[in-house]
Design a protein around this ligand. Structure first.
Ligand code: ADP
Length: 407
C-alpha cells in the first residue's frame, strides 16, 4: 500500500444502495474525537478500514487553509483514489452517503488490503503523518494484537483493541439500521439453474433471534438474541481461506477473483461423486435427489477422471465443497439453537453469488423451508464499522422514539 504507486481516482460511483439511502436522514449522536475518524478490522486474510469523510469541513476546497495540513492530505489521498499502492482498494459501490455523525454530515468509505501488506500500510500512515492528529487507532480482529508493536514502533501510535465478534454485531446492527435494503435474500435459488435467481430486499427490522455465520479466513457462528445477548456457538477452520488456499494449490491461480472466475465456468460433477453416480438414480427412501453430492472430490481417485478434470472443474468443486460444509454446519447449529434466520457475512461472499445461492438453496431444501438464508450488502466490513463505532462512542441503544442515543 505504498503511496508511490497511487492511481488517480474517480469520484465514487452512485449505486442503487446509495440512491435509496438519500431520502432518509441518518443521524448518529456520540462523542467527538479528533478527526480523521477510522475503524479497522485486521483479519487473517484482509485488513478492512472504514473512514468517515466529513463534507462540511472545507476539506474539498483547495484554497482553504486547512489546519492541520496532515488531515487535508490524508483526506485527499483517501478521497481521490480508489486504489492505494498495488494492493489497497476502496469499494466505491459500498460508500454510504448522507450520514450525520456527531453533527458532521458526510460519507462512510470502505477500504481493504491484504493483511500481508500491513508494512506498506504502516509506511503510508507514517508518510501521511497520521500520528500528528491522533495517538490511537481503534481496531479489532486478531491483527490488532499481532501488529500492535508495529503500530507503536513504526508510526508511534497505539491500537485500542476491541473484541471482534462484539464489533461485528455492532457493525451489522448499525449498518442495517442506517441503510435501506442492506439485508436481502435470494429468490428462486435452484442449485442447478442459479441464473434464474434474484436478490430481494428483506426487512430485518426485528432481527432477533438470528444466527450469524461469519465466513472469513475461517468460520464463526454466533447466536444473537439481542444487541447485548449473544454467544459464539460454533466455528470451522474450513472457510474462505481454505477455499482460496486449495484453489491456488489445485489450479495455480493467484487471487480470489481468479479463483471465483474459474469456479464460475467449471463443472463440479466431473470431480465429485453424486448420489446418482452411486445408485444410478435418486435415493428415494430418504428423499435424496440423484444430483446431490455424495462424496466431494471422490472422482479424483480415478486416473481417467483425474485426467479429464479441468482447473475450472477443480475450482468449482472446491468452492462447492467448502460452501456445502459451511451450509451443513450452519443448518445444524440453527436447529440446535432453535433459530430460523441465518445471516451469512464475511468476505468469502465477495463477488461470489455461487456460494450465496447455494447456501440459500441448501438452507431451504434441507430444512423443508423453515430456515431462511439472509445476506448483507457490506459483507466483510462490519467488524471495521464496529471499531469505528467504538471510536465515536456510539452505543447503538434506541430511545423511545426509535432514534439513536449517545453514551
Ligand atoms: P478475515 O477477517 O479472516 O481476513 P474476511 O471476512 O476479510 O476474513 O474474509 C477473508 C476471505 O475472503 C478470504 O479467505 C477469501 O476467501 C475471501 N476474499 C475475498 N476477496 C479477497 C481478496 N481480494 N483477497 C483475499 N481474499 C479474499
Amino acid at each position: 500500500m505504498s503511496t508511490d504507486k497511487m492511481e488517480s481516482g474517480d469520484s465514487p460511483s452512485t449505486k442503487k444502495i446509495e440512491d435509496k439511502a438519500q431520502p432518509r436522514m441518518r443521524k448518529v449522536s456520540c462523542r467527538n474525537p479528533a478527526m480523521p475518524w477510522f475503524g479497522m478490522d485486521i483479519g487473517g486474510s484482509l485488513a478492512k478500514l472504514v473512514y468517515f469523510e466529513p463534507e462540511d469541513m472545507n476539506l474539498e476546497d483547495e484554497n482553504t487553509e486547512f489546519e492541520p495540513e496532515a488531515l487535508y492530505k490524508i483526506h485527499h489521498y483517501l478521497r481521490y483514489n480508489t486504489a492505494y499502492g498495488s494492493t489497497g482498494i476502496r469499494d466505491t459501490h459500498l460508500e454510504v452517503k448522507n450520514l450525520t455523525v456527531f453533527g458532521h454530515k458526510g460519507s462512510m468509505h470502505f477500504i481493504r488490503f491484504p493483511t500481508t501488506s500491513m508494512n506498506l500500510f504502516l509506511d503510508m500512515v507514517k508518510e501521511k503523518n497520521l500520528s500528528s492528529l491522533a495517538d490511537t487507532i481503534h481496531a479489532t480482529g486478531g491483527g490488532a494484537y499481532k501488529f500492535e508493536n508495529g503500530f507503536n514502533e513504526v508510526v508511534n501510535m497505539s491500537l485500542q483493541k476491541h473484541d471482534e465478534l462484539g464489533c461485528l454485531l455492532r457493525g451489522i446492527h448499525f449498518i442495517d439500521r442506517m441503510i435501506p435494503n442492506e439485508c436481502y435474500y435470494w429468490k428462486n435459488t435452484d442449485a442447478f439453474n442459479s441464473e434464474a435467481s434474484e436478490k430481494v430486499p428483506y426487512d430485518f427490522h426485528n432481527p432477533y433471534p438470528y444466527l450469524v455465520v461469519n465466513i472469513g479466513s475461517g468460520v464463526s457462528l454466533l447466536a444473537v438474541h439481542s444487541h447485548s445477548n449473544f454467544k459464539r456457538v460454533g466455528g470451522s477452520s474450513l472457510g474462505g481461506g481454505t477455499f482460496l488456499g486449495l484453489c491456488c494449490l489445485l489450479t495455480g491461480c493467484q487471487t480470489f477473483e481468479e479463483a471465483i472466475e474459474l469456479a464460475s465456468e467449471g463443472d463440479a460433477t466431473k470431480v465429485d461423486k453424486s448420489v446418482r453416480d452411486i445408485y444410478g438414480t435418486d435415493y428415494n427412501r430418504f428423499g435424496l435427489p440423484g444430483s446431490v453430492v455424495a462424496s466431494s472430490f471422490c472422482n479424483m481417485s480415478i486416473k481417467e477422471k483425474r485426467d479429464a478434470a479441468s482447473k475450472k472443474d477443480l475450482a468449482r468443486s472446491t468452492l462447492l465443497t467448502i460452501t456445502n460444509n459451511i451450509g451443513s454446519i450452519a443448518r445444524m447449529t440453527a436447529l440446535n439453537e432453535g433459530i430460523e434466520r441465518i445471516v451469512f457475512v464475511g468476505n468469502f461472499l465477495r463477488v461470489n453469488p455461487i456460494s450465496m445461492k447455494l447456501l440459500s438453496y441448501a438452507m431451504d431444501f434441507w430444512s423443508k423451508g423453515s430456515l431462511k438464508a439472509l445476506f448483507l450488502q457490506h459483507e466483510g466490513y462490519f467488524g471495521a464499522v464496529g471499531a469505528f463505532l467504538e471510536l465515536i462512542g456510539y452505543d447503538g441503544d434506541r430511545n423511545g422514539n426509535g432514534e439513536e442515543t449517545s453514551k
